[in-house]
Design a protein around this ligand. Structure first.
Ligand code: IVH
Length: 700
């Protein structure tokens, strides 16, 4: 899409425009240049994962364009970067007829299935060996995109395969889908392409954290989140979810007058390259072409091992006969093409039986039903109990004791019950009855009008006190290793630990006399408690268990103050000026800091040596990565990629999508590829090992 010369020109232009904009001298004559430059930076960010300018610089140029367009509405074009923004709500999604039906793929689960597929394809074509193109099977919501005269004109969901919902405005919110693309350079007039809308794992996690903070049940998997988002009626909400898209199939094209079919549309692999070259995110880097099925099988198995390291979910691979003429020869059955097959990875879904429901009281008094299941392996772990959130959730999913249930565990997401398998019922299943009183202290439960949760409001309820301490010491909060749920409960029952400050005044002599506590485990526990006093402020805020305050909001709050008690001075209105803090969250923070007992607790903790100051500004090396950017490449010796990235974020650093001038550290593991070469060339990037990284954050 961009020649070397063009790239140089756009980079130079960017610098000039940024300068001019700063000086306030950008004018109407620069409108075309502004648009081209912004499109180029969107491409670098969303397709190449390699941004060249900061978000701030991009925003400034965007605002300049917006201003010029507002003053000169006649100059606005359909594919201007500003045209993604939609005003108002969508009323209905009209029906859209696909130009070619959207078929699904036949599935295979092992190498024998693939060998069989290859044998049939060879028999039908009479060939000895077939060339295949192999690419990931993206796990999201499928979409169909229509371009005419190089402009994006319509986007639709799959629907029944023949017609779907027209969701053009929502699709425009996805920045990796270009609003215009140079199909005409290949002689094409109208083009229909297919792809998958995804939400990446980290955005999904953030999104789920947010809805859990709001007291709502999380979504079971990124696929539901992506597909569901496409049908939201508020496009600005769609934009916030940061969807991404891969395109992987040209389903229809017509030619401009006098043009012939371009060579790029004679085989699948070249069609992916064409899409990539004109600005789409196709699996150009992930695809591979092989002769014969053996190499295909090897590639698929290799990809399965890497599955967890990808930033988005894939549920398998797709194997396609590469040559389009051969594809035509093989044709379709009524359900799926004979020239392609999906190779499914090990399922992250399983079925089990719902044996019973236990009701647990949390630290806020919320009574949560927990489904007890026949133990079943799913996504590499054995699952035997799953939260089923609240009474409404149970009703909505129509769960009954004795039901066969479908369970899913997507990546590192908490397992969820997707649905009960109603067809398998025998009639002996029992309704789930919600208790009227607290299962721990027996006081009456209450439910607020606009809430789905029943609560025990007895402030003395032992379950709440214990759960508050368990939350405080947990891994994502103060991370006091060696405590564990069972020990907290034991100490509580023995009157050794009654509240949070009690953690820091534990009588180790008494613990020493207890069974299972040797000197070594006591020393370790004491050290872990001492170390926790140095935890950064955001961890302490999260550890306090204030309602609706998850890890993300805790970070926002920590950044907003110099000292935790400064939050006492902020009104609900002022709190709402903070990022992602709405009225509900602001109300909860205000409520917490207006309570004298809570203030007393915080003062007590400070006296005991805990950090209530925001130390970020003062610290440099020991465990603080503020303003530092990181990227990981290759397989790390001990850490999972997701763990290492979480450590960066926990320490205030930022993960970048690719190697660029903005990158400070590249952490290199085994089999590091092109990122390492690129970083070496840049000269400005510090290249470090996992060991050095751990030292940097004070973990070694
Ligand atoms: S090709 C006519 N390629 O999987 C063939 N599909 O189970 C068109 N999918 O409906 C599909 N990744 O939503 C193709 N690389 C990929 C894919 C892919 C995900 C989805 C697609 C399709 C479903 C079939």
């Amino acid at each position: 899409m961009y020649s070397k010369e063009k790239i140089k020109e756009l980079q130079k232009l960017t610098n000039e425009l940024v300068k001019k904009n700063k000086a306030g001298s950008i004018s109407k004559k620069e409108i075309v240049q502004l648009r081209d430059t912004l499109r180029y930076h969107e491409y670098r960010y969303y397709i190449l994962n390699d941004p060249l300018v900061s978000d701030f610089e991009y925003d400034q140029l965007y605002k300049a364009l917006e201003k010029i367009e507002n003053e000169n509405p006649g100059l606005v074009t359909n594919d201007s970067p500003t045209q993604r923004v939609a005003k108002g709500l969508t009323k209905d999604f009209p029906t859209a007829q696909h130009l070619v039906p959207m078929l699904s793929l036949d599935n295979s689960y092992n190498s024998d299935d693939l060998i069989d597929f290859d044998r049939k394809a060879r028999e039908l074509t009479g060939l000895k060996e077939i060339e295949y193109c192999v690419e990931p099977k993206f796990d999201g919501g499928s979409i169909s995109l229509l371009y005419e005269n190089d402009l994006f004109v319509r986007g639709a969901t799959r629907g029944d395969g023949v017609e779907g919902d027209e969701v053009t405005t929502n699709i425009k919110q996805i920045r990796s889908i270009p609003l215009s693309a140079a199909f005409s350079e290949y002689g094409l007039l109208q083009v229909e392409i297919r792809g998958e809308v995804l939400i990446n794992k980290s955005n999904f996690k953030k999104y789920n954290e947010k809805i859990i903070e709001e007291g709502l049940p999380p979504l079971a998997n990124p696929r539901n989140a992506a597909a569901g988002t496409l049908r939201i009626k508020d496009p600005s909400e769609v934009a916030k979810r940061n969807l991404e898209a891969f395109v992987y199939h040209v389903s229809y094209f017509s030619l401009l007058k006098g043009k012939k079919v371009p060579k790029e549309l004679t085989n699948h692999s070249d069609s992916l390259k064409m899409l990539w070259d004109i600005g789409f995110r196709s699996p150009e880097k992930e695809k591979k072409v092989f002769k014969g099925i053996d190499a295909v099988i090897k590639y698929c198995n290799g990809f399965e091992v890497k599955r967890d390291d990808l930033p988005y979910e894939i549920d398998g691979m797709v194997i396609k006969v590469n040559d389009f003429a051969l594809q035509d020869k093989l044709g379709m059955t009524s359900h799926h093409p004979r020239w392609a097959i999906a190779y499914k990875f090990k399922a992250r879904q399983a079925t089990s039986k719902l044996l019973g429901v236990e009701f647990q009281v949390g630290r806020t008094g919320a009574v949560t039903p927990v489904a007890k299941l026949e133990p079943v392996g799913v996504g590499g772990v054995t699952v035997s109990s799953i939260s089923i959130h609240n009474e409404d959730y149970i009703k909505e999913k129509d769960l009954r004791i004795g039901d066969a249930v479908l369970i899913e565990r997507a990546g590192d997401v908490i397992p969820q019950i997707v649905k009960s398998l109603a067809d398998a019922r025998t009639g002996k299943e029992k309704k789930i009855v919600f208790p009227k009183t607290c299962p721990v202290c027996d006081s009456k439960l209450f439910k607020e009008e606009d809430e789905a949760v029943w609560r025990c409001i007895n402030i003395e309820c032992p379950a709440q006190a214990v759960e508050r301490i368990i939350h405080f010491v947990s891994k994502d909060a103060m991370d006091i290793r060696g405590f564990g749920d069972a020990n907290v409960r034991k100490f509580y029952e023995l009157d050794l630990l009654k509240d949070i400050p009690g953690i820091y005044t534990l009588d180790f002599k008494k613990i020493g006399g207890m069974e299972g506590f040797g000197q070594k485990s006591i020393d370790n526990l004491q050290l872990a408690i001492d170390n926790s006093k140095k935890q950064p402020l955001h961890r302490l805020i999260y550890a306090l268990g204030i309602r609706f305050i998850g890890e993300t909001t805790a970070k926002t709050l920590a950044q907003a103050v110099n000292h935790l008690l400064d939050l006492k001075k902020l009104s609900p209105e002022e709190l709402q000026n903070l990022e992602d803090v709405g009225p509900k969250v602001a109300g909860s923070i205000y409520h917490f800091f207006s309570n004298k007992d809570n203030i007393k607790l915080l003062e007590q903790l400070e006296k005991l040596g805990l950090q209530l100051k925001n130390q970020k500004k003062e610290m440099t090396s020991s465990g603080n990565l503020k303003d530092q950017t990181f990227l990981f490449t290759g397989t790390l010796p001990t850490l999972k990629r997701s763990e290492a990235e979480a450590m960066v974020e926990e320490n205030g650093g930022q993960i970048l999508g690719g190697v660029s001038a903005k990158l400070n550290y590249l952490v290199v593991g085994e089999d590091a590829g092109s990122k390492l070469d690129k970083a070496k060339k840049l000269n400005t990037v510090k290249i470090i090992s996992e060991d050095e990284f751990l030292k940097l954050i004070g973990k070694k």
